[in-house]
Design a protein around this ligand. Structure first.
Ligand code: 5RP
Length: 226
């Protein structure tokens, strides 16, 4: 039985096989954050001559990309990007996701929004029928912490401050358990409207386009239905 780490390696390898043949030498690749993406970056090093550069969603991934010899561009220099590759904390069959376990959700959502296609790489433990078992990360402006927490309690959530954690943007994270997320896109819009929220870890208004899900029987590919 493969370990979770072995499955993450299979998902990372599947992303290389899915995306690299489609990348042109002038293309910029969007790169997410997390342990699965770290494995993807490690494999990307061998292909660094096949594309122009990367845009990164975190300081952590930027360091790893540069250590692999891959140029990292500022998103402001990049008007278009064909592909964005990232992991997720949960994904459902419609390719809605919860992200932000690593705290990089805001930059992830921004970089993903510039890309034409989002490829999500996960092991099968992340695939769920309904999102919400994983507490929903929400990045907030620090002075709005209690105001946002009260609004989230009114929505049925139990927000907990991620103690001692500061995002790459200087924000704080509330991890919110107890939410009913059966209408994830509607819920994402509600959270986005709370003053003081920088970014909601639901990626449902714009989810993944392709999910590469590594399991005991190999890597399954799910595509978003349009
Ligand atoms: C970081 C994220 C990650 O994609 C998510 O936490 C999954 O990480 P891992 O690949 O380590 O399981 O959203 O903000």
């Amino acid at each position: 039985m493969p370990t979770q780490d072995q499955l993450k390696q299979q998902a990372a390898q599947a992303a290389i096989e899915h995306v690299l043949p489609l990348l042109r030498p002038e293309d910029v690749l969007g790169v997410g954050t997390g342990s699965t993406v770290d494995l993807f970056i490690d494999r990307l090093a061998a292909h660094r001559g096949d594309f122009r550069a990367a845009v990164s969603s975190s300081e952590r991934s930027t360091r790893r990309l540069r250590a692999a010899g891959i140029e990292v561009l500022d998103l402001n220099e990049v008007p278009a990007m064909a592909w964005y590759v990232d992991g997720a904390d949960e994904i459902d069959g419609a390719l809605n996701m919860i992200k932000g376990g690593g705290g990089a959700l805001t930059r992830e959502k921004i970089v993903a929004s510039v890309a034409d296609r989002f490829v999500c790489i996960v092991d099968e433990s992340k695939l769920v029928d309904c999102l919400g078992r994983f507490p929903l990360p929400i990045e907030i402006i620090p002075l709005a912490r209690e105001a946002v927490a009260r609004a989230l309690r009114q929505l049925g959530g139990q927000p907990v401050l991620r103690e001692g954690f500061v995002t790459d943007n200087g924000g704080h994270i509330l991890d919110v358990a107890g939410l009913t997320l059966d209408e994830p896109a509607q819920f994402e819009a509600v959270i986005n409207n709370i003053p003081g929220v920088v970014c909601c870890g639901l990626f449902a208004i714009s989810g993944a386009d392709v999910a590469l899900i590594a399991g005991r029987e190999g890597v399954r590919t799910l595509r978003r239905a349009w």
